[in-house]
Design a protein around this ligand. Structure first.
Ligand SMILES: Nc1ncnc2c1ncn2[C@@H]1O[C@H](COP(=O)(O)OP(=O)(O)OP(=O)(O)O)[C@@H](O)[C@H]1O
Length: 242
């Protein structure tokens, strides 16, 4: 096992009936890095996340966390193994307060006792700049705060790997700057991050490497500046003919 690699996928494939969505994708996520995932709509990015988090089974291939094959482990067990994720469409419990949302994630996802969860959740709220909204109903939060809450809920299970699915969409430049600063802080305390994002400037502000998917295949990976300069990436992702 290579200690530098936290998450590894080999030959990862997914089909829905006759629709092949991912085809033999190999990837490594290095411990402590931010790996950005790019690709046009329908490229298979969220499907890849779903297979890492256990929301979907793979049709082929293998995914390992810390060298341990995830196999058919259900989502809650993967969460306890250290995989946290956000969803493209935030799914807070709208009738609960921000703090209650975190408590649920910390006790069920993180497996902490309720008592131990209180102090931990207060720290997560502070990190995500949500302390002032602790007692606000999640359904009443602004879009930026809903995104922060989505991230905070993923952090409440104390993940070593955080999967972020398009958290910057719909935000102003200033708001996405605040989110980027938060992602950096999380990375700086040692959490490994894989971030699917269409808002390129947000991703480029923090990603250490990029991986690009197109029609379910990996077409590029490497340092961000190198990857976005590739003619193939410009063509499929940005619609620019080289
Ligand atoms: N449960 C499902 N059943 C059938 N087809 C599905 C299912 N989930 C996803 N797909 C299809 O798989 C393909 C890849 O979808 P996916 O959501 O992974 O793409 P994506 O790269 O995340 O796109 P976007 O950037 O729009 O979020 C799409 O054609 C989608 O319609």
């Amino acid at each position: 096992m290579n200690d530098a690699i936290l998450l590894a996928g080999r030959g990862v494939s997914k089909s829905f009936g006759s629709l092949r969505v991912l085809h033999e994708v190999d990837f490594d996520v290095r411990r402590g890095e931010v790996l950005g995932v790019l690709g046009p709509n329908g490229a298979g990015k969220t499907t890849l996340f779903n297979m890492i988090s256990g929301d979907l089974r793979t049709s082929g291939g293998e995914i390992r966390l810390d060298g341990v094959a995830l196999g058919t482990e259900p989502p809650f067990r993967r969460c306890r193994m250290g995989i946290g994720r956000t969803y493209q469409i935030p799914r807070p419990y709208a009738g609960m307060t921000t703090f209650e949302n975190l408590l649920v994630a910390a006790t069920f996802g993180g497996g902490r006792s309720e008592a131990a969860s209180y102090a931990f959740c207060a720290d997560v709220l502070r990190e995500c700049e949500l302390s002032a909204k602790a007692n606000v109903s999640a359904g009443a939060l602004t879009l930026l705060d809903r995104k922060r809450l989505e991230l905070a809920r993923a952090l409440a299970s104390d993940p070593k790997l955080l999967l972020l699915d398009e958290i910057a969409g719909g935000l102003t430049d200033e708001e996405s700057g605040a989110l980027v600063a938060l992602v950096r802080r999380i990375r700086d305390r040692g959490v490994t991050i894989v971030w699917i994002e269409h808002v390129l400037h947000a991703l480029l502000a923090v990603a250490d490497r990029l991986m690009v998917l197109n029609f379910g295949e990996k077409i590029a990976e490497g340092l961000p500046a190198d990857v976005i300069a590739l003619p193939e990436v410009k063509r499929v992702y940005m619609g620019i003919e080289a």
